[in-house]
Design a protein around this ligand. Structure first.
Ligand SMILES: Nc1ncnc2c1ncn2[C@@H]1O[C@H](COP(=O)(O)OP(=O)(O)OP(=O)(O)O)[C@@H](O)[C@H]1O
Length: 458
């Protein structure tokens, strides 16, 4: 099927409008949010176990890990989008709580709890975390401190303790928002809320513990091995599934608002789980409503420039952030690389320039070996990433479409690996409905790219 002709404006590269937009957004993103991000990043990195660093130190290098997933594992993920809406629907009817596991008991098992509202006592959570011992601290974010905990029945959990400030009404609202949002969702690729505690000064969330660190940590090789391209593609698809689910299959559409690599947690099998719904708000459902106006929240580098400019939040703001995330996964670089020279500082812009010059492969994370198959992934994923992060939201694809394109890219990648005898990744059957359109880019677009390149060089 022919892909529609893409004009420079689909990339948002018309001189008159987009340059201004990009500059405004970059500047405001850096100034408004960078300090906050830096602090939490530093803290988080400071918190990485010395053991992890030890591994890196001992190995002296970062090996590429290649993971073979079973057909069943992936097939499950594909099914998840379609079946989850049903199961979540059941949950929302109030008969089955996503927080309360039928076979497991948390806190008082006699209570019949509403979805996601399992309550814990301070005693239980104190015990689970060794009295909130610093030894059990695994993270620090905008919301507060995160501890690893073990419940009575042995279940490992992450316990997110909000900063204490009962007079901060905003925090309480955020807490309620996180509970409400989390409680209505259930998906393999979303971190599950197990319960909460709200008592006097304390606001604590108990969520599923995801044991293998954040995507950002893995891109930084802090766990000793670099993620190979196949795994990065799988992770991107997991995230796309999760966000598609939030946008399309929950009772009320949910905009995540803070998609970023440090909010992507990985399981031992390198399945991705999207975390941190603290910033999310329910998307509008009114017929005719296309956006909610709200105060700008998110993280520097990932913020939709149109949202920054207009304060209007739509699903396409998540798509923008996801585009930035895709570039991050291909390049290994953070969205904003403060220490690099000016022209390399905004990774999206730097990678776009390489792409338009026909040198997309030069932007590939140096930890990944170059090959014809890698070349294909870099070209196609970057092309998709730039569509996702087009300055104008109408030029961005939906999250569902983005997932479908990623499926195609993965399929092409695996076929090329097989053909070149490069890898042993098993070929998975294509998901039933997803393969209608090709994600190739055609020669006509080269002309557009040259035009765009001229624009960039001006
Ligand atoms: N469910 C979880 N399982 C395992 N570790 C977690 C879990 N949730 C959070 N963490 C760890 O705690 C860190 C802080 O998480 P948190 O969601 O509070 O903040 P953040 O998203 O990193 O930052 P911010 O709130 O500023 O966006 C994460 O980077 C991760 O290392």
């Amino acid at each position: 099927m022919d892909t529609p002709r893409r004009s420079p404006s689909r990339f948002g590269l018309h001189k008159s409008s987009s340059k201004t937009t990009t500059e405004v957004s970059d500047a405001s993103q850096v100034s408004m949010y960078q300090s906050q991000t830096d602090v939490s990043e530093k803290k988080r990195h400071g918190l990485l176990s010395s053991a992890a660093r030890g591994v890196v130190g001992v190995l002296g290098t970062c090996f590429v890990v290649s993971l073979k997933k079973t057909k069943e594992e992936d097939a499950y993920a594909f099914k998840e989008i379609s079946i989850s809406s049903t199961s979540a629907g059941t949950d929302r009817s109030g008969t089955l709580s996503i927080g309360s596991r039928k076979s497991n008991s948390y806190g008082n098992s006699k209570e019949l709890r509403k979805p996601g509202t399992m309550t814990f006592t301070m005693g239980e959570l104190s015990k689970a975390t060794g009295n909130f011992s610093p030894n059990n601290k695994i993270g620090q974010g905008g919301f507060g401190t995160v501890y690893k905990g073990k419940l009575k029945d042995g279940t490992l959990v992450a316990i997110k303790r909000a900063k204490k400030n009962i007079y901060d009404k905003h925090l309480s609202i955020e807490f309620q928002s996180e509970i409400q949002t989390l409680s209505s969702v259930e998906h393999l690729n979303l971190v599950r809320l197990l319960g909460y505690l709200e008592h006097e000064q304390e606001r604590i969330l108990v969520v599923e513990y995801v044991p293998n660190g954040t995507l950002r940590e893995h891109l930084d090789c802090l766990h000793g091995v670099a993620l190979d391209l196949a795994t990065r593609l799988d992770i991107a698809i997991d995230v796309a599934h999760a966000v598609t689910y939030l946008h399309m299959y929950t009772e009320q559409p949910i905009i995540h608002r803070d998609i970023k690599s440090s909010n992507i947690l990985l399981t031992e099998n390198f399945r991705a789980k999207v975390a941190d719904f603290g910033f999310s708000r329910l998307a509008p459902t009114d017929i005719g409503a296309t956006h909610v106006s709200t105060q700008v929240k998110g993280t520097a580098g990932y913020l939709d420039p149109e949202y920054l400019k207009t304060y209007q939040l739509t699903h396409k703001s998540d798509v923008y952030s996801f585009g930035v995330l895709l570039v991050e996964m291909i390049t290994g670089r953070r969205p904003i690389e403060q220490k690099r020279e000016l022209r390399e500082r905004i990774t999206l812009r730097w990678a776009l320039k390489k792409f338009l010059e026909g040198d997309a492969i030069l932007s590939l994370d140096p930890k990944i070996n170059r090959s014809p198959a890698a070349n294909l992934v870099v070209e196609k994923v970057l092309e998709l990433a730039f569509q996702c992060s087009a300055p104008a939201r109408q030029d961005r694809p939906s999250m569902k479409r983005t997932a479908e394109i990623l499926w195609n890219i993965r399929k092409d990648y695996r076929e090329l690996l097989e053909a070149n005898g490069e890898g042993g990744q098993p070929l998975l059957p294509p998901p039933e409905k997803a393969m209608e359109e090709e994600s190739s880019f055609d020669m006509r677009e080269v002309i557009d790219k040259i035009e765009a390149l001229r624009f960039l060089n001006n």
